[in-house]
Design a protein around this ligand. Structure first.
Ligand SMILES: *Cc1c(COP(=O)(O)O)cnc(C)c1O
Length: 362
């Protein structure tokens, strides 16, 4: 019976979609979870009561506000978004990436992005029928201006995705190179600032000035991964076009109410980001002297680490035996050979990680 259904699927689903693997999420039960760039801190105890009161009054028998007007207004105010720009909210920025890709898809179109980069770009390129064109980063993970401009000239992409800071390398590319990309790209340039809360610089103030360029951000890495909210910011004509493809009630009522509430307590969450940035630097300084590893500089809430002597597989299993889950990137190959990525945790979790690392590579 299964073989029969398999044959039927082969005949009815495009081969490249049959070949896809669902995004793997390992079970972290009982482990210190440092594999997914989550904010390790819970919501501050003092605001939980008010939050629950707020949720009690959300009418769950009704559809959510399709335009999430109140939440959008809060975000506008909180991030001081220029009134000439429009906002579009997504069920995580993953949904926005998909909507953007659907909007600009078409026969023999190309999606171009620096590599190594965020895996969802490649997956979305496949699902939306793009030719995917990864442009290799330099050895130090910088984006070489001539290389990417030559690739744009040759490929004439419909879409260019640039994660700023980049995942999984953690660095920010040279802003002047990104401006040159936006200028040269005949298609849409998407600057993905998923890690903006941990970075020293943002492109937010340049949106509307850079040609054919939009910005996307997410609340996931700031402490709201479970609520699923992404934000697109751009010129109204572009945002309106993407909005036509959106399913009407993509942001649920509990997410709208919770984030609206959280933004009124923004200082508390900003404080958490501040601690995470400090912890990132402290952890990097602690790991750097270890033998046989390279700890790359990071503008995000994770560290990319290359193992020069031990294997990434061995180090990840040693860490797992010590009760810690990080991300093994080795199987992605290329520039990520023998690389692992660890999210920044609480001070206690980071100490446990550093100790386990010392044992694993020492
Ligand atoms: C995590 C991440 C996202 C997706 O975040 P959502 O949880 O879907 O909002 C998007 N882009 C990059 C570069 C990321 O690392």
């Amino acid at each position: 019976m299964n073989a029969e259904l398999d044959r039927w699927l082969n005949g009815h689903v495009r081969p490249e979609l049959r070949a896809l693997q669902a995004y793997p999420v390992p079970d972290a039960t009982g482990l210190i979870k440092l594999d997914a760039m989550e904010n390790p801190f819970a919501w501050p105890e003092e605001i939980l009561g008010d939050w629950l009161t707020r949720l009690r009054h959300v009418p769950l028998n009704r559809y959510p506000d399709p335009a999430a007007r109140q939440l959008s207004a809060r975000i506008r105010e909180s991030w001081q978004i220029d009134e000439r720009l429009d906002l579009l909210l997504g069920n995580g920025s993953d949904e926005l990436i998909q909507l953007i890709a659907m909007t600009f898809s078409g026969k023999s179109r190309t999606m171009l992005t620096p590599s190594p980069g965020f895996v969802m770009y490649a997956i979305t390129a496949t699902t939306c029928g793009y030719r995917f064109c990864p442009v290799p980063l330099a050895d130090d993970f910088s984006l070489d201006r001539d290389t990417i401009l030559a690739a744009i000239e040759q490929e004439q992409p419909a879409l260019v995705f640039i994660a700023y800071p980049n995942n999984p390398t953690g660095n920010c590319f040279d802003p002047a190179t990104i401006r040159a990309v936006a200028h040269a790209n005949p298609g849409l340039t998407v600057i993905d600032e998923a890690y903006a809360p941990f970075a020293d610089h943002s492109f937010l103030s340049e949106i509307g000035t850079l040609e054919r360029t939009i910005l996307i951000r997410t609340f996931s890495k700031m402490g709201f991964a479970g609520l699923r909210l992404g934000v697109m910011i751009g010129e109204p004509a572009i945002v309106n076009q993407v909005n036509r493809l959106r399913t009407p009630y993509n942001i649920n009522s509990l997410t709208q109410a919770s984030l609206e509430f959280a933004l009124t307590h923004r200082d508390r969450f900003d404080q958490q980001m501040f601690v995470i940035k400090q912890e990132r630097e402290a952890l990097r300084q602690r790991l750097r002297p270890l033998p046989g590893i390279v700890v790359y500089p990071s503008q995000a809430n994770f560290l990319l680490i290359r193992l020069l002597e031990k294997s990434a597989d061995d180090v990840c299993s040693a860490l797992k035996n010590s009760g810690i889950l990080i991300k093994n990137l080795h199987s992605q190959g290329g520039a990520l050979t023998q690389c692992v990525r660890a999210s920044i945790g609480t001070p206690q979790e980071n100490s446990a990680l550093a100790e386990a690392f010392e044992q694993a590579v020492g």
